[in-house]
Design a protein around this ligand. Structure first.
Ligand code: PHE
Length: 460
């Protein structure tokens, strides 16, 4: 099968484009919206530390494994798993891993595009000058009014879904590639600029203390589980997104170097966004633990007050939409690639079909912030946003880490060692052995133990 060097869906035109696409997938709402709010809910430093450790010893090795599988299989995750299992003399039932990924991608997309819709709405608000003179109360009221209006949310959710379908329908080269080239660097620049503003609030020390000074008394079992899940979510791992992007990666590109680059950029963006947001939170007496609205309440206050805020605010939310956009395309790409391969569907038809399905499913999340809201207990924490929280826990806490664990087991135990050596292309030196030990032993056990422990299922 090694002679199959290209994917039928096309290939990335260079190593840089793979990095941009994978970074585009990784950097998204997870970094700018989710990381700050879950860090706030989980008390800061200790949570951040667990998250960083999970990225380093679980996320990065599994990310390499996932790209490796994709590049060797060169097809949608479902077919890739089937072929690689056959190549390794194992059961074709490994294709279920691709199926779970496709389902996880669709579930995540359903709520992801609702939140991205909030950002689209905020682009217009920012441009309209709606944030001028905002304080904590008025910013909170503005956000509250938006999320309690299902019609508005469903509308912006539809706009974002259509944007995503448009790119996916155009395919690898003309669609995905063009979109990520300009947008990622622009996002970086704007975050750096915001950082300049935030540092001037005079709360820099408080921000550093909150994010990087671990207080383990604040770390709950649920927090550990959330940190683990978020490491997968933020790197787009465990559901085939990175696998399918790997399948478009040229054979000569180094997997290890590119993955390090992507993971570092992803982590940097999250930490920068976290810094900016918590500085603004502290400077304005807001609550770090205010939940999913955190970014949408804190940043408008800053934009409403700074000079040039109209321009920067608009630009910022435009970039958030773009970051979400380049992630969303990778959420539905595995499903679309599968329909094209196995059902002989045209790309456009497949993309429209999946998009429409995700939109309908997303109405559940739309209603979660108003009439369908309910609370429940999970691993000792109270969740207040109903079905949105259910979907988030189901996907990022369980489906992605377990999917990632299966990927690690496949790369470490099922595949021929020689094939992984061949695909990673770094020889069999120390670097390879570290990776092999991590995917074979450390990552799968760590995921298993963290999940069981946080759910109190381990004997004590
Ligand atoms: N990594 C994306 C983010 O941080 C979300 C994502 C998860 C995308 C899983 C693809 C697959 O926003």
């Amino acid at each position: 099968m090694t002679e199959k060097r290209v994917s039928l869906h096309g290939m990335w035109s260079s190593r840089l484009v793979f990095i941009l696409a994978a970074t585009g997938s990784a950097v998204g709402l997870g970094n700018i919206w989710k990381f700050p709010y879950i860090t706030g809910l989980n008390g800061g430093g200790a949570f951040v530390l667990v998250y960083l450790i999970c990225i380093a010893i679980i996320g990065i090795p599994i990310m390499m494994a996932e790209v490796l599988l994709g590049r060797r299989g060169r097809r949608s995750p479902i077919n890739t798993m089937m072929e690689l299992a056959r190549e390794a003399g194992s059961s074709p039932r490994w294709s279920w891993l691709g199926w779970v990924g496709v389902v996880a991608g669709i579930l995540i997309m359903s709520y992801y595009s609702v939140i991205a819709g909030w950002a689209v709405a905020y682009v217009l608000d920012a441009a309209d000058g709606a944030f001028v003179g905002f304080d904590g109360d008025s910013a909170g009221a503005h956000f509250g009014a938006m999320v309690s209006n299902p019609g508005t949310l469903a509308f912006w959710h539809a706009i974002f879904t259509i944007l995503t379908v448009l790119v996916v329908a155009r395919g690898v080269r003309s669609g995905l590639e063009q979109a990520v080239k300009v947008l990622m660097p622009a996002l970086f620049l704007l975050l750096a600029l915001l950082m300049g503003y935030a540092v001037n609030t005079g709360y820099f020390a408080d921000g550093l203390h909150f994010l990087f000074d671990p207080d383990f008394s604040k770390l709950t079992p649920e927090g550990v589980l959330t940190a683990l899940g978020h490491a997968f979510f933020t790197l787009s791992l465990g559901m085939g997104a990175i696998m399918v992007y790997g399948s478009y990666m040229p054979k000569k590109t180094s997997i290890s170097k590119t993955i390090f680059t992507v993971a570092i950029m992803d982590t940097l963006v999250a930490l920068m966004a976290g810094m900016v947001i918590f500085l603004i939170v502290f400077a304005n007496g807001l609550q770090p633990a205010s939940g999913p609205g955190l970014v949408f309440v804190s940043l408008p206050i800053a934009f409403g007050e700074m000079s040039g805020g109209l321009l920067f605010g608009t630009l910022f939310f435009v970039l958030v939409v773009f970051a979400a956009w380049t992630s969303a395309i990778s959420l539905i790409e595995p499903a679309v690639a599968f329909l094209v391969e196995n059902r002989g569907m045209r790309r456009t038809t497949a993309a429209v079909l999946i998009g429409a399905f995700c939109w309908v499913l997303g109405l559940v999340t739309v209603m979660s912030f108003s009439s369908w809201s309910f609370s429940f207990e999970f691993a000792g924490a109270t969740k207040t946003d109903g079905m949105f929280d259910v979907l988030d826990i189901l996907t990022s806490t369980f489906m992605l880490p377990l999917g990632g664990m299966a990927i690690a087991i496949f790369a470490g135990w099922i595949m021929q060692r020689a094939d992984t050596v061949d695909e990673l292309g770094v020889g069999e030196g120390a670097g390879y052995r570290v990776w092999y030990t991590l995917v074979r032993y450390v990552s799968p056990f760590a995921v298993g133990i963290l999940i069981l422990n946080s759910l109190h299922l381990l004997p004590t």
